[in-house]
Design a protein around this ligand. Structure first.
Ligand SMILES: [Mn+2]
Length: 312
């Protein structure tokens, strides 16, 4: 038997143990350059619970995307430029948030130090804080590109709360708000002291993607970037399966256009969070998340082409 090629099974329903059918690498032994990790944690949720089932739902919905050799509008197959594996789901003792934080930070650090770029599938948005800590250890202070209905900069709340990560992350020196941007916001925050650039939902819906992309690229420059996509950035019409939906959000098309406009940027880590399948309909939310995650992989393919000196 020859080596496994991810393109050998392009069906939409079989062998979906890994994202897009990626081979499983539960011990992290592969020489792949991209690792996908499920993080089935939802103890930081303030609204409806259930994001612990997000990773499995996203993997299952990703089957729908497998028949395209080149995912539209890209013109090449991911497998031509990236070798990606699915590391399965993080293991942690249920109900123990402290152990969860340690396990996730350690697992992420182990993956990053093995030379892989990490794409994490949540789980509630709190998972981004331990992930930022791991990435900071290797990459130092980063710019944050953050898609969400909420700024998640709330000061109140417990140490484990999916609305507080970006209050704590700048205090810990993990990210620099002055070079970071939040996209799709449509809930209150402290307008006087807020340091992140906010492209709120109205600004995004009233402007074409190229102008928005220019603003984001200008803000982050050539810094190392952590990209986090809370699925509630999308309007509930496009992503009903989430814990804290907010009307008036982005279309999936606008979000995908903006994401593709980030090609060539130095994105060192990524996550897609807050998919709660129990409130989903017809896999709308899971498919949106799987498509966003696929675009994230294309951003890595573009990044590796740039770093190899090829045209991107
Ligand atoms: Mn969020």
């Amino acid at each position: 038997m020859g080596d496994f090629d991810i393109r050998d099974d392009a069906s939409s329903y079989s062998n979906l143990f890994g994202f897009l059918g990626a081979p499983l690498d539960l011990v992290g032994a592969s020489d792949a350059n991209i690792a996908i990790l499920g993080v089935p944690f939802d103890l930081g949720t303030t609204g409806r619970s259930g994001t612990r089932s997000g990773p499995a739902a996203i993997r299952h919905a990703s089957g729908t995307l497998r028949w395209e050799e080149a995912h539209w509008p890209w013109t090449y197959a991911l497998a031509d430029h990236l070798k990606y594996v699915d590391c399965g789901d993080l293991i942690f003792p249920p109900g123990d948030s402290k152990a969860f934080c340690e396990n996730l930070e350690n697992k992420a650090l182990e993956i990053i130090r093995s030379g892989k770029t990490l794409l994490s599938l949540g789980g509630d948005h709190f998972i981004t804080l331990p992930l930022l800590r791991a990435h900071h250890t290797v990459h130092g202070e980063m710019a944050l590109v953050h898609f969400d209905a909420h700024t998640d900069t709330y000061e109140q709340g417990s140490a484990v709360d999916h609305g507080t990560m970006f209050y704590h992350a700048p205090k810990e020196g993990l990210i620099d708000p002055a070079t970071s941007v939040q996209i799709g916001i449509r809930t209150p925050y402290d307008y006087d002291t807020h340091q992140f650039l906010v492209l709120n939902a109205d600004a995004v819906n009233n402007n074409a993607a190229p102008a928005l992309i220019e603003k984001i690229r200008e803000r982050v420059g050539n810094r190392k970037i952590y990209l986090t996509f809370d699925i509630d950035c999308l309007d509930p019409a496009y992503a009903p399966g989430t814990g804290t939906p907010v009307a008036g959000g982005l279309t999936s098309n606008k979000a995908l256009q903006i994401l593709r406009g980030l090609k060539g940027l130095d994105i060192v880590g990524m996550d897609v969070v807050e998919v709660a399948p129990s409130y989903d309909h017809a896999e709308l939310t899971a498919l949106a998340a799987a498509t966003i995650a696929t675009e994230c992989l294309y951003l890595q393919a573009e990044r590796s082409q740039v770093s190899k000196g090829k045209s991107g």
